[in-house]
Write a protein that binds this ligand. Sequence first.
Ligand code: BMA
Length: 828
Amino acid sequence: MHKLHIIIISILTFLTACHPKKELPIITTLDSNWSFRTINSKTSHPATVPGNIYSDLIDNTIIEDPFIGDNEFKLQWVSDSTWIYQTRFHVSSKILNKENIDLNFEGLDTYAQVYLNDSLILSSNNAFRNYKVPVKDFILFNNSLSIKFTPTHIKEEIEKNKLEYTLPEGGRIFTRKAQFQYGWDWGPSLNTMGIWKGVSLNAWDDVKIEHVFLKKKSYTAEQAKITAKITLSDPPKEPVLIVLSIAGKEFSLPIQAENEKKEFDVPLTIDNPKFWWPHNLGEPYLYEVDIKLIKGAVVTDNVKVNHGVRNVSLISDDDQYGQSFYFMVNGIPVYVKGANYIPQHSLQNRVTNDHYENLLQDVVDANMNMLRVWGGGIYENNIFYDLCDKKGILVWQDFMYACAMYPGDEPFLKNAEKEAEDQLLRLRNHPSIVLFCGNNENSEGWHHWGWQKGKTKTQKDKIWADYLKLFDSILPNQVMKYTDVDYWESSPKFGRGNPKYQSEGDAHDWWVWHDGYPFEHFEDFVPRFMSEFGFQSFPSADVMKFVNQSDDIQIDTKAIRSHQKHHRGFELMDLYMERDYLIPENDEDYVFLSQLVQARGMRIGIEAHRRAKPYNMGTLYWQLNDCWPGISWSSIDHFGNWKALHYEAKDAFKNVLISFERHSDRVDVYIVNDLITSLDESLEMQLIDFDGNILWNASKQIKVPGSSSNLVNSFSIDSGLTSKWNQVLLQVNFGNSKSTYFFVKPKELALKNNEIELDVEKVNKGYLISMSSISLQKGVMLSTTAKGHFSDNYFDLHPNEIKQVLFKTEASSVGKLSFNCLNKVFYK
Ligand code: BMA
């Protein structure tokens, strides 16, 4: 044989061996040719799928942007109308000839009637469910698909009338969809409708892989034993082979045709596994697992799943104080630092993959290791959890029930049970998810918010029994059935009003903010795990201008007032600002100071919680992000700008923290070490005045064990050193860590009116800004007209220090650079 022929044959043989023949299920995404109209109109407009009615109306310039001005109020008619979405699509004969054809709706919002070629194939009532409809008998070569969406209030009214009592809080409790869309104290009322997740046609012969669960058997340093639980769509009619590969090893299971079963277990092992860690303690290592279904020599299905080898549990055991609440990860009690996460947009289709990537990177950059996905929003998209897995962010996942009591009739509970099943099947392989929690503040509300008033004993018993059915039975049973993650009934365990909040389980502290208590309250009342505490601020100038549609940062406009959803919001911001700072004359300064107030308040809380380790084992502030350009508790505004709080959190959440606790005669210095390893460094302390003169200094070598909080020194407030405590600061360094203590409130500081020298240099990734001043400059905020991100901001510029900040940008200039600081505001 000719030499060339031999080579070609060898290549072909090699290629067939590497690439066995594949006949995978055919998945056709049905995202094109959609149009929408109201039920009474003949005129249709192009629609985007996945999407929603508000986005489509905006895109067709039929309505104005509800985020601008007070447009929100003018657009409520949208959720009160009935909408029809329609498309036409062809199906190839190859698909038509398949044995099984499903139409898969990943999310319909919410009361939808789906017609395929005029046959009603589905009536849906849960935006959080995944509906798979077998359509083999209805599908044609040419198809029309039409979906009618009925306004939620129509259905809610019917359900409400069936009850002889009223359930708190409003009609939303009857509808299984994102609860915040009915309006929240940080978000607008934009009750969407539409096809909010993907629609696809799925066609296959015989069987396909329906679900995969990589269940932990045991994980040790020597070996990880995993049970791969594979669910097929049906018992196979012909013999098939399941083949899994992980870490370079293959595991297979042959299945005979006469088998009645469709669920199969395949044991897998990894020798000397690499563990998955939250990013602040190690590498979040992921194994890729490839799962194939093979019939003869043909691969008939192929699925890939990431797997993290990690041992994780919530330790809520009785102890000498009450009941602990902490997460044990790979044998280490992990101190949790992070925030509560809400949906990134009222109109979910506006959230791009870049938004997910950027926001979750902001979480990592701020040294957070956990997010709590709060129960009034949505079970997030897959990309959210994929990124948390990859970036090593722990996820506390609420079920989507918040601040209300929910119905307990059979259809509602069945629907809730099915929703939990759909979501758990989707989410359970993510190593980042470490807890499922039943609801947000429902139990607290029932016991402490006056919801029981005016109800008979029988009614109260019934409502609470219904609560228990869902949160104490159905949901924990589903979590146990489908996952190996822990379940927690309600956050917080006890509400305000029950003294046990401080000694058992997780707690929400809303004495600060809602009840106007000073920030120092956080120091006196430290719970075992703080899952919510927060304070509002104004967003960046960009956001203010957008809302007002003007170049002014005016606060007292109809537009801005309509973007403050808390009834006492402005009043409370004022109260705290006056207490600790001052009320400035102009709106621009007010917006700036509102962020300093928020950052200071949250830092007091974060530090108090961290110092109290291991009594307290976590601090999650309220809230990370915004769903619209509003005034809220967020640390990152809707345009992605970091508020002062996000920079403050970045510093306060570092693994090694120097923290101060004030007593009448002294300041105690703590080192909090979240690292697993111990530290041995020199502790340097200096008392400096605002011109940089050193009045006193001392140093000593300190050993700090891993995972600990330690009182390492006390600084006595001795009048021999100075009598002007409003003109000095205590600077403490420990290895690379630095912290500054001020002896009086910001408003009492004797700040000086000196200039800041500023120098800008073009560098690789943007502009390097160097700043210095001959006296202390407090809370320096840089801003510019160019789009970008400051590596640090809202910082204190110490006397004679040269502070360098990188402005990361792709812009061709640094823009109009300016700064503000507390000194400037004082001297206006
Ligand atoms: C918490 C949250 C939200 C609310 C926030 C601020 O209780 O659970 O319901 O937005 O307080 O009030």
